[in-house]
Design a protein around this ligand. Structure first.
Ligand SMILES: C[S@@+](CC[C@H](N)C(=O)[O-])C[C@H]1O[C@@H](n2cnc3c(N)ncnc32)[C@H](O)[C@@H]1O
Length: 221
């Protein structure tokens, strides 16, 4: 499934993308920090086993991994993300025994049904091959009452200049940013994915230029 959904990229491309992600997101992470702090505070005391899909370089770990006893299972199809994610886990104070990184895709999660308390996914539904299959998998692995915390960039409003440029640049974005789509209506997909409740908000981040607006929130199984 990993190879079918995310055919292996050349080594240099995976390393290039991982290192660019690691170095280029600093101002974005600074701007979104307030939103993330508030969002991830919902996990405190409620989530011992957390799955992060498309964990990348691990920029979210600092918000939730330091809580006592938390086990984090991070998946990503890019093997070059592992060293960055491990370093981020260590920096967040997560003991190495409580962190596992697995090469996998979110469309076929290597976990059993109802096995995690929370799923975290930021800027990842833009990149998966199949959004609906991913959301189905997120619901499958969450325990009843479990939380799905998300931050995603979505298509701008139809008819806006931003939407026009997103449409024009979408193919280039997919090539340079490992399959990232600019024009997905991800908020709608999450709202219609069959969660028992979805609390969804919108934000526009000046550091993200074309990658706007964002939807962020919590879906409850
Ligand atoms: C824009 S990066 C975001 C990384 C990280 N979540 C963050 O917020 O910085 C997208 C991530 O999704 C991963 N990805 C791509 N296709 C995926 C898939 N089918 N399943 C899970 N992760 C995927 C990429 O390798 C990359 O790490």
């Amino acid at each position: 499934m990993l190879k079918r959904v995310h055919p292996p990229r050349p080594d240099w491309y995976e390393e290039f993308y991982a290192s660019v992600l690691d170095s280029s997101m600093k101002s974005y992470e600074k701007e979104i920090a307030g939103y993330k702090s508030q969002l991830f505070s919902n996990l405190r005391g409620k989530a011992q086993n957390v799955l992060e899909i498309g964990i990348g370089t691990g920029p979210n770990l600092r918000y939730y991994a330091a809580d006592a006893g938390v086990n984090v299972f991070g998946i990503d199809p890019n093997r070059k993300m592992e060293k960055y994610a491990r370093a981020a886990a260590l920096a967040a104070g997560l003991p190495p025994t409580n962190f596992e990184f697995k090469l996998a895709v979110a469309e076929a999660l290597p976990l059993s049904d109802a096995s995690v308390d929370a799923v975290v996914g930021t800027l990842v539904l833009c990149s998966v091959a199949d959004v609906n299959m991913t959301l189905k998998e997120v619901r499958r692995v969450l325990r009843p009452g479990g939380l799905y915390i998300f931050v995603e960039h979505v298509a701008a409003k139809d008819g806006t200049i931003l939407k026009f440029f997103q449409g024009v640049l979408d193919p280039i974005q997919q090539t340079v940013a490992d399959g990232c789509h600019l024009t997905r209506k991800t908020g709608k997909s999450i709202s219609e994915a069959g969660f028992s409740r979805v609390d969804i908000n919108m934000a526009f981040l000046s550091s993200a230029s074309l990658i706007n607006p964002h939807v962020y929130g919590i879906a409850f199984k």
